[in-house]
Structure formats: C-alpha cells, structure tokens
Ligand binder design. Sequence first.
Ligand SMILES: NC(=O)c1ccc[n+]([C@@H]2O[C@H](COP(=O)([O-])OP(=O)(O)OC[C@H]3O[C@@H](n4cnc5c(N)ncnc54)[C@H](O)[C@@H]3O)[C@@H](O)[C@H]2O)c1
Length: 337
Amino acid sequence: MDVTVAVIGAGIIAEEHLQAVEAVEGLHALAIADINAQKAEMLAERYNTRSYIDYQDMIKTETPNMVIITLPHYLHKEASVFSAEQGCHILLEKPMALTAAECKEIIQSARENRVQLMVGHIQQYFQENRTAKQIVQQKDLGSLVMINETRNLPYFTRERPRWFFECSKAGGGIVMNLGAHCIDKIQWLLDTKVSQVLAAMTYKGEEAGVAADVEGSGLLFLHTERGIPASISLAGYEVIPKQRTELIFTNGMMKVEMGKGVWVSKNGVYEKVASTKETLPFVRQLTDFVRAVKGEGTVKKSGPYAKSIIEVLEAGYQSHEQGKMVSVPPERRADQP
Ligand SMILES: NC(=O)c1ccc[n+]([C@@H]2O[C@H](COP(=O)([O-])OP(=O)(O)OC[C@H]3O[C@@H](n4cnc5c(N)ncnc54)[C@H](O)[C@@H]3O)[C@@H](O)[C@H]2O)c1
C-alpha cells in the first residue's frame, strides 16, 4: 500500500521535496498547505494534489501517513507537535527549531505518539560529502588535524523571504540558516560532536540595504569531542559565492566543493577524485525516511542529533554575546534528550 504524504509550506524548498515524492516508489502526495493560497494552489496543480490554506485542516481532512514540514523556523515546533498528535510521521526541514527546548518538545511528542521523526540534514546525502566521508574513514591521508569550512553567499537579497531577516521568526541569520548545514557536515564527516564554540558575528544587514535584526556574517572556531578542531566562516554581504570544505591531514589534504567535486592532495597538488553517478539528495533522504516509516530502517537518532546542532548554534550566539568560548554541556550533547 502507498504511503500518503502531505506537505506543509509551499515555499522555495517545498518543490524539491515534491519532486522527491514523485521519484520514490510507493509514495503518494495527497495535499499541500500554505497560508498563501496562490502558492499552495500552484504547487497542487503542478503535482496533481489538493490545496489548503490551513495545515491543521489539511491533516484532519486528508489523514496522511506522513508530513513534510517546510515552514519558517518559528513554526517548526507547533507544526511538528500537531502532526505527531495526529499520528503523522514527520520529515522536518532544518534547522530543527528555534531553541534546544523546542527540539526537546518535538522529540518527546514524536515518541509519545509513536511516529517517526527525521530532520532534513541534507548535507549527508550529497555525493561529494559521501565521497569525502569515505576518504576520511579510509585513513590513507594520515591523521586528520583540522577541518575548515567556508560559505560565502549574498544573504540579504530581494529574493529571500522576509521572515529570514527577523530573529524572532528565523532564530538568527546566516549562522542559524547555513551554519546549521556546516555544523552538521563537520559532525557527520568527523563522526563526532562539537564540544566548545568561540564565535564572532556582525549585524550589518542595513548596510546591505535590508532592515534585518539577524547576523550577516559569522566566524566560528569549534572544538570537537574527537579533539579535531574546526572552523566555519560564513559571509552573507556582497561576496563571491563559495562553498568549500578543506580537511588537513598529516599526509595530505582534501577539498570538497559542492556541485564541483572532491580533490585529494598527497604531494602538494590537488587531484580530482572520480565521482560516482549521483542520486538526487532529496530522493535519497526521503528513501531513508520512508524505509523507517515502513519499519525497514531507523531514523531514531535523527531528532536528538538535530537537537545537538541547535545546541551548538545556541552556544555560538552566547559566545558572540559574551566574547568568550562557550561549552556545549555534555548532557546536552548526549544522544538522548
Ligand atoms: N535543505 C535545504 O537545503 C534547505 C534549503 C532552503 C530552505 N530550507 C529550509 O526549509 C524551510 C523553508 O524554507 P523556504 O526557503 O522554503 O522558505 P519559504 O518562505 O519560501 O517557504 C515557507 C512557506 O511557508 C508558508 N507559511 C508561513 N506560515 C504558514 C502557516 N502558518 N501555515 C502554512 N504555511 C505557512 C509561507 O507562505 C511560505 O510559502 C526552512 O526551515 C529552511 O531553513 C532548507
């Protein structure tokens, strides 16, 4: 029998998920909800589903097996808890919620209502990152001594929905939004947790022409439980776009550039690593989730893992305010809430 799906939020990322629903066998999209009726109707027409303006009404009427939540960050908790209470399995977009306390509520609600919960940390499904992880695990390049992650992307653009610039709705700016991807990538590639954060940010959206109370840049130094230090450099002003991770080992280096490839150097010259044919990341992600929904796999740790990323982000904002290194307490880094 098909697994039925409803999508909550018909914005920019919703379409990636709807395309994945079409591509994964045994899934059937029933409906899409958005407070902006036009957006919901447009996607509903394109994907041959019904449209709603009220997601609660949609869930009660359609009773889908699962929901995909692609709402602004401040609505992640309320939509997840409501969906869990209605017995729907949940694929929730990153970042999990505004605070670790909200994450805990989502995890508890999913447990109490016995629904599967997965947070869409999509970095883990990109072929470049999977290749990089294999190389880290092979240990051919000696001991890993550091990882440096850079993301430059003009953030204060006209195209970006306005809620991204309101701290009460987004939880932060480029660090919250793109930093969540970077922290995931570092923790996942190194198979470790971030233990301490030193961060410095700037809040100059107005100089970029936008009324915003969120940060437009962040420089983060991270200690990890494995003792491998990491840096994250995020810049969202008038920058040249770049998305690069460099890993430095005792016997070489590795460079990962999203959309371009993976390079390894053993003698001072980068050589491109042959890449395998890529399944679309959103299709891979949804396939994993549906296997868990069918009882053929597990996403049990996804909620607590996603919460650990919010804890690192909270420590980062505290560090910026206090001007000193902030620890992510071990009990909060633990897998259980
Ligand atoms: N995985 C990725 O690479 C990736 C990329 C982009 C965005 N995201 C995440 O996806 C989520 C959505 O981001 P987006 O860029 O699509 O934003 P968006 O603003 O384009 O989409 C959000 C949609 O939610 C709708 N909405 C707001 N309040 C609602 C409500 N109460 N009920 C129903 N609909 C409501 C808005 O009208 C909007 O259409 C965020 O968590 C974001 O961080 C992830």
